[in-house]
Design a protein around this ligand. Structure first.
Ligand code: C5P
Length: 218
């Protein structure tokens, strides 16, 4: 079949990553994790000793680095100036600072431009983030907005990171608030997004519903 772009947005722990990777594999499509790009810039900011709240200094770091993004859904990866950062960007330091970095409008402009290039280069692609259906790919063939109860999200995230559930719930709450109240491209549901609550739905069920929607639409 032809070109196909699927936008998957939602808060942390809503199942975005697992669903997006599975869907991409089923469609034989690429998978673009835009959160990893904000995390990689944040890693570089911390690495250079810059305060993540110092927007001017953050902009300078972001403009000076080279990101390399691999979009195979079986083995996504990301490098900063040739250094693989896949593991370090999932640590608590980066997670604690990423929302501040992602709130800087110029950082967003830079990464959105790179994301659009990566999307244009792929015949089929599943893209996950916070602003994909609203800003990055407003003309996507299918827009999905995943939600889940705060409890379910905290439980899933802490199972992944092995961090304490209560601490994880507090961190998710903090990031959701920052991500949905920032001025530049906040986390938002697109008007034409299909909303799925994954609290009670298994991953397989979500993926098969999305595949059914795509057959019907594309
Ligand atoms: O999806 P993930 O939790 O890895 O994203 C990390 C952070 O990156 C989010 O909390 C948000 O601050 C930022 N982000 C964003 N826009 C996106 C993807 C992620 O602002 N499209």
């Amino acid at each position: 079949s032809g070109r196909c772009v699927v936008a998957v947005d939602g808060p942390s722990g809503s199942g975005k990553s697992t669903v997006s990777r599975r869907l991409a594999a089923a469609l034989d499509a690429s998978y673009l994790d835009t959160g990893a790009m904000y995390r990689a810039v944040t890693w570089a900011v911390l690495q250079s000793g810059v305060d993540p709240h110092d927007a001017d200094a953050v902009i300078k770091v972001a403009g000076d680095i080279e990101l390399a993004v691999g979009t195979d859904p079986q083995a996504p990866h990301i490098q900063v100036n040739g250094t693989p950062v896949d593991r370090s960007i999932r640590g608590p330091e980066v997670t604690g600072a990423v929302s501040a970095v992602a709130a800087v409008p110029w950082v967003r402009q830079l990464l959105v431009a790179e994301q659009r290039k990566l999307i244009a280069a792929a015949p089929r692609v599943v893209v996950e983030g916070r602003d994909i259906g609203t800003v990055v790919a407003p003309d996507a063939d299918l827009k999905v907005y995943l939600t889940a109860s705060a409890d379910a999200r905290a439980r899933r995230r802490s199972a992944e990171t092995l961090a304490d559930v209560a601490a994880t719930a507090a961190d998710l709450h903090r990031r959701d608030k920052l991500d949905s109240t920032r001025a530049a491209d906040p986390l938002q549901q697109a008007d034409d997004a299909v909303v799925l609550d994954t609290t009670e739905l298994g991953i397989d069920e979500v993926v098969s519903r999305l595949l059914a929607l795509l057959d019907w639409r594309v």
